[in-house]
Design a protein around this ligand. Structure first.
Ligand code: G
Ligand code: G
Ligand code: MN
Ligand code: NA
Length: 247
């Protein structure tokens, strides 16, 4: 209850900030995108993980206000980077499955309009749990695609394996959950290879998450995974540090 109260206050006062984790093209080693990750540092409670407060925000019905802030801040930052002369990169934004409905369409449209960011630079990350009602999901996702944004399936492989309609989802990227990258040694990369193969057939590109070792990176390169992110490259960092990576 304390955390609930503090979360409501934090939302009212925008007491959050975003960190950005770079995503690398594994062929060229260039940064092609960043994932925006929300952070909450409470003045007396300290750092509270989004793994704790995002589910709470969903539960108490404030996730839409929170996402509104994340979207606006991430898009504003992307525009600022472009104005500062950085090459345009894509910005990954996590979208709670709770929000996927009519509301998110308007919110994305309005945010793009207000910030002036071109839709092609936004990559909405959506987990598989949203796909429980496939017909509904496909409808909403198609409408998001019509705005011009990119769509990624986040944490792929950990949710509802809805292989039967995966090919009907208008997805641009599939983000392999980091548990599979972590498991490369144990299973000789069997799962990763299988997912890469499937993605290839579906004409979606793959973003490998949670790359922590050189061996994992070499394996992913060898099997032509397109994009990677993880502590091996960089932890999530401030917007200033992202800028510095381009100099
Ligand atoms: O960055 P970190 O590993 O602490 O994130 C923990 C979890 O919180 C991850 O599942 C991540 O997707 C989620 N998360 C981080 N930032 C956001 C955000 O802005 N919105 C939503 N919905 N989830 C986020
Ligand atoms: O659920 P989602 O994939 O959005 O979660 C992203 C989270 O993963 C971020 O909170 C980020 O801090 C974390 N993360 C990013 N790279 C790595 C990594 O290499 N190893 C681990 N363990 N976590 C990572
Ligand atoms: Mn994500
Ligand atoms: Na993920």
């Amino acid at each position: 209850a304390l955390l609930e109260k503090e979360l409501r206050i934090a939302i009212r006062e925008n007491n959050f900030h975003l960190l950005y984790q770079p995503q690398y093209d594994l062929k060229t080693n260039r940064i092609v995108g960043v994932e925006a990750l929300i952070r909450w540092e409470h003045q007396s409670l300290g750092i509270i993980s989004p793994a704790d407060f995002i589910p709470l925000a969903e539960e108490i019905g404030v996730i839409s206000q929170l996402t509104e802030w994340v979207l606006a801040e991430a898009c504003r930052q992307a525009v600022e980077w472009q104005q500062q002369g950085l090459p345009p990169i894509q910005i990954g934004i996590n979208i709670s499955p709770f929000l996927l409905g009519e509301e998110i369409i308007t919110l994305v449209e309005e945010t793009l309009h207000n910030t002036g960011l071109d839709a092609q630079f936004v990559d909405l990350e959506i987990t598989e749990s949203f796909m429980q009602d496939p017909e509904y999901a496909i409808n909403i996702l198609n409408r998001l695609k019509n705005i011009g944004v990119k769509l990624s399936i986040d944490d792929f492989g950990t949710g509802y394996s809805s292989l039967s309609y995966l090919g009907r989802l208008p997805m641009d990227n599939l983000k392999i959950d980091r548990s599979f990258i972590d498991g490369i040694k144990a299973d000789n990369g069997m799962m990763v290879k299988t997912i890469l193969d499937m993605a290839n057939h579906l004409h979606v590109s793959v973003i490998a998450e949670g790359i922590e070792t050189k061996e994992q990176l070499q394996f992913l390169r060898r099997f032509q995974c397109q994009i990677g992110q993880g502590y091996y490259f960089s932890r999530p960092v401030s917007s200033e540090e992202i800028k510095a990576l381009f100099h």
